[in-house]
Ligand binder design. Structure first.
Ligand SMILES: *Cc1c(COP(=O)(O)O)cnc(C)c1O
Length: 238
């Protein structure tokens, strides 16, 4: 049995090696701990090991966990955490998401952006958003096609309480290393291109437990890691 702290050392080593191999700046890749299905106690251990960014997929689960974690942490510790929403966004959940998260990485339509902007408290810092791209055109996945990204970026730029930060993708699980590589490279090209028009864009969120190295090789600067930090999840939660 390896602890979260041990697994974190291993994940950080994987990231570091990949940065070196890809001639990337050391520590330029951020690590988001994906905590869906994990308990508040596990998040607390992760926090004590040095993790400060948590990614959640389900709104209700996330909020009850935030409340529980707040009881385990000091005020300073809790204030130091950043919460990323990474699951599909339903319009009836935007209000709660706008209130309880710092980032939404899974924005994939104008309606959602408009609602998040309208429901964000103006006293809070702007909500940081990434557009989710469905790079392999899978019917089962959220996200938009590459061709639609430009228009959504332009719309988000007009919304004062959203800050456009970049792109997120979840590539098809069962594909060859070559096909995966090609998908990530398409994302990188889009990212580089959009950055020119949108100076706030700085985040390319791609890479999960199984493909951290390939993603970093293709320019990812945020990997979202669950299983490699916390062990396998129950079947039903992908
Ligand atoms: C679950 C999930 C992850 C983490 O996947 P692992 O393979 O467990 O690392 C990353 N991103 C999103 C959007 C997820 O839903």
């Amino acid at each position: 049995m390896f602890s979260i702290a041990d697994k974190l050392i291993n994940v950080r080593q994987r990231i570091k090696k990949a940065e070196i191999r890809a001639k990337r700046t050391p520590n330029s890749v951020n690590l988001l701990a994906v905590t869906k299905t994990r308990s508040a106690e596990e998040l607390y251990s992760a926090m004590l090991s040095g993790l400060t960014s948590f990614g959640e997929n389900y709104v209700n689960e996330a909020i009850s966990k935030q409340e529980a974690l707040q009881k385990l942490c000091s005020v300073e510790e809790y204030a130091n955490l950043a919460w990323h929403f990474i699951g599909p966004v339903q319009s009836n959940k935007t209000k709660v998401i706008a209130k309880h998260f710092d980032w939404v990485q899974s924005v994939d339509r104008e309606k959602i952006a408009t609602r998040l902007n309208a429901q964000r408290n103006p006293e809070m810092p702007p909500l940081k958003v990434c557009i989710q791209v469905n790079i392999n055109h899978e019917a089962s996945k959220s996200g938009i096609n590459i061709q639609e990204v430009k228009a959504l970026c332009e719309q988000i730029d007009t919304l004062p309480l959203l800050e456009l930060r970049g792109l997120m993708t979840i590539p098809k699980a069962s594909q060859s290393e070559e096909a995966l590589h090609a998908s990530f490279l398409e994302m990188q090209a889009l990212f580089v291109n959009l950055k020119r028009q949108h100076p706030t864009i700085d985040t390319l969120s791609m890479g999960m437990s199984g493909d951290i190295e390939t993603a970093i090789e293709c320019g990812s600067n945020m990997v979202r890691v669950g299983t490699a930090l916390f062990g396998p999840r129950p079947e039903k939660n992908i």
